[in-house]
Design a protein. Sequence first.
Length: 218
Amino acid sequence: MRRLRPSQEVSVNLPTVLQLAPARHSDVIDFRVVAAIDYVVALEPLEPIRSRQLPNLIPDCYLTFGEGRGLTGLKGHLYQPKPGDWRFKATDPGMNPADSSFRIRVCAPITIAACDRQAAGEALETATVNFGIDGTLVDGASDWSPPEHVKLSLSLIGEDEPIETPARLVAREAMLWNFKYEAMNADARERLGSFIIDYHRDLMKLRNARYQAEAVGL
């Protein structure tokens, strides 16, 4: 999972009982990686017409992709929580989750408060430089000095309730502060992961539309 990158092309090898038309190479569907969150990979089909022939859940598939001169395969389930939203959940034991390569560059409102009760009244309202499922980089353009342990309140575009989580300051360079989430609850993690996936998917669609427009212009 740590080796996957945005827009990377991958293949999902389907069980032989799901033979699709045309018969040649019908047991393989090609996708492009949208984002990877923990053990789930969001995918965009390269051939949407063929993907519409698939059921919403296909267990025991293999996601394969090139790595150097070799080929890597991950076992898991291919599923579609909503039309057009294809995802692959890896089930290989001992596998490492996705890393922070899928952080998104979004300027979102964030409040940083000290966890120390004696400093509970001190808080800073600022904005993110980027964020992901692991943590966030914050614009610290202020005289306020963040403690090591804080509580973050991240406001996502289009959502009423902010994401709240404890975090730890892991790096500070000039006026940029890098926080690592700690003990984020499952509901907040799912909401944040879905937001990141949707952001990457929308960005990919915009890029594809731009490339198509440029091709027509040529």
